[in-house]
Each structure stands twice: as C-alpha cells, then as structure tokens.
Design a protein around this ligand. Structure first.
Ligand SMILES: [Zn+2]
Ligand SMILES: [Zn+2]
Length: 347
C-alpha cells in the first residue's frame, strides 16, 4: 500500500491495524463492538488496495504491460496456421518410396512423369513417349485422342481442335498456351495408361485453364485389393493412412489446446490489467475520503459500494466469460485427444 495513504488516513486507521483499541471520539472506554467494526473495515480497506498481484487468485503475476501470447497468433486459420511437416512433405515416407519404385519399374526412361510432356515437344513437331516411342502428332489426332480432348474441352467454338476438309483433325494452334496444355494432356494420359498396369493412378490437371496444381500419382486401391501380389503394399498403405489420420488429429488437438491455453492466458492477462485499474480507483477513493476527513467506517462503506460495482463491470465479465469459454475448449479437446489415442492404440 502506498505510504501516503497511511499519512492521509485518520490516526485510528494505523492503530486498529496494529491491533490496538481506539477510544471513542467523545472520550471514555473503547467500545468492543465499535472497535471490532473499525478493525474489520481497516483491514478491508487495506486488502482492497493491495497491489501485490502475485497473491491474487487466478490472475497472472506478469508485470509486463504487453500480452505475451495473443490467441490470433495460434489460430487454425491464416498465415500462422502451419500445417504439420508430415502433411506438407510426404517425401521419404514408405508410401512415396514404393510409388517411386513402381513408377520406375514401368517408366524407367521417363525422368519425371510430373513434368509437362509439352516441354519435350520439338517445335511444331511430334511428341513421342520416351518409354515406348509411341508418337503423338498434334497435327493429326487419332480418334482416341480426339475423344480425350473433347472430354476435357467439350465441343463448339473453343473445343481446342480444328477439322480440315480432308477429315484430318489437329490441335488448334490459335492459342499457343492452350495448344501446349492439350499436348500435356495427351502425353500425361499416355503415361497414365502405362502406370495403370502397376495399379497406379496418374492424376493431371485439366487442359481447360492454366494449371493450379501439379500432377499426382497414388495407388489405385481397388486394383490393389483385387491383386494378391499387392497385398503387402495395400496393408502398408492402410497402416500409413491410419497413422497419418492419427497424427493429423493429434496435431489438430494440440493446436486447439494451445489456442485455448492462449485464450485463457489472454483473459487472465486482461483480468489482471483490469484489476490493477480497479485497485488504483479504490486507492484514489480512499485517499480522497481520508483527505476530506471521513472516518474509517464511512470510507470502508464507500469502498464496499465501489467494489459492488466492480463485480458487475462489463469488461470484467467479458474477460471472465472468455476465460471460462477457453477453459471449456481446452477440456473438450483434451478429452478428444485421450479418446483418439485410445482408439489408435486399440485399448
Ligand atoms: Zn509410352
Ligand atoms: Zn486429359
């Protein structure tokens, strides 16, 4: 408590706090009941302006005016929502090694099936599969190739092909970007045919518009399950998916728990700050009343009224509600985490 508060206090304030009886103002013997009331009030005032926040319950003892952790920095959305490394980089996993091996076993002459086939197209020339030498002539499409382009591009004005009077059909060279994407489509579709024999699916982006994603290769699980020789791969794949699902859940739970902890921390921080402000206001009131010559009991009663108002202060209630809400979130996700761990371990 500030020293100047004691200086401004009436003399009986320090006296009752020290446990000494105070004689009535009009003389005579100290009154037991009155002294007790005085003693209680003086102690109440003393406690109400106590600044040692570390002794407050459920408030942080942090003296920094800055909030160390804000909930937004831990949000699941936005720039800070980093995906776990095992989701972003699946390289090096057993599954990808197996896929790479399987691709190698059928397309060992193709350096990278994900690379655009049009990159290796000689100018206005004929593309050929590095693996089997099958030629694809953009100036003379086969029926299957026409069907494939029509499947992606549809029919009509922008169908991506031009038909000549002699019946020859070629990729429309009017839009060079479109033209090259159609070559990619034909090349990737051909690679996909090779990969199907190894139960692999090659997905490639549509030639309709600029690519937004690179091609991907994964197991054709239906085919795998029909072929006994692939049983080991299938089981491995399933186990990996299960592990990944578990890790993703654990990651999400950890994220949510951290988010909740951050929220509780933030609420406590604001409650602490709010309480510091409240204590300053209490002290000002006490000083003011003592300076005006008011006695301990009157000052104590004014303080009680002020603290009653504090209890229903909107800001305080809001932070208390946030604290409870985040505590609930934390409890909920901790329970889920426990359940998921149990499921994963099969206990
Ligand atoms: Zn080929
Ligand atoms: Zn296609």
């Amino acid at each position: 408590m500030a020293a100047n508060l004691l200086e401004q206090a009436p003399p009986e304030f320090a006296r009752v706090l020290a446990g000494l009886p105070v004689p009535p103002a009009n003389g005579g013997q100290p009154n037991q009941d009155e002294n007790y009331r005085l003693y209680a009030m003086a102690n109440f005032i003393y406690a109400a302006v106590d600044q040692r926040s570390s002794e407050w319950t459920d408030y942080t003892s942090a003296s920094s005016p800055y909030l160390p952790v804000t909930p937004s920095s831990q949000s699941l959305a936005g720039d800070n929502a980093h995906l776990p490394s095992f989701v972003v980089t699946r390289e090096g996993s057993i599954l990808d090694e197996r896929i790479a091996e399987a691709i190698q076993s059928v397309l060992w002459r193709v350096p990278d099936v994900r690379a655009r086939p049009s990159d290796s197209l000689p100018e206005m020339g004929i593309w050929s599969c590095p693996q089997c030498d099958l030629p694809i002539d953009p100036a003379d499409l086969t029926v299957d190739q026409r069907v494939l382009i029509a499947y992606h591009m549809g029919v009509g004005e922008d169908c991506g092909v031009v038909e000549h009077a002699d019946g020859r059909v070629q990729l429309d060279p009017k839009n060079p970007w479109q033209y090259l994407r159609s070559v990619d489509c034909l090349g990737w579709d051909h690679y996909a045919m090779h990969l199907r024999t190894e139960c692999l699916i090659l997905w490639y982006p549509s030639p309709v518009s600029a690519y937004r994603s690179a091609p991907g290769v994964w197991w054709d699980e239906d085919r795998l399950s029909r072929r006994q020789v692939y049983k080991a791969v299938r089981l491995e794949n399933e186990a990996l998916e299960r592990t990944e699902r578990h890790q993703l859940r654990m990651w999400k739970a950890k994220k949510m728990i951290n988010l909740a902890k951050g929220g509780v921390h933030a609420a406590r921080f604001h409650l602490t700050r709010w309480r510091r402000g409240a204590v300053v206001a209490r002290e000002a009131l006490v000083k003011q009343m003592f300076a005006a010559g008011r006695n301990v009991v009157d000052t104590g009663l004014a303080l009680v009224a002020l603290m009653d108002k504090e209890r229903v202060d909107a800001e305080r209630l809001r932070w208390q509600a946030q604290r409870e809400q985040h505590n609930d979130i934390r409890r909920e996700w901790e329970a889920r985490k426990t359940d998921w761990s149990r499921m994963y371990l099969g206990v």
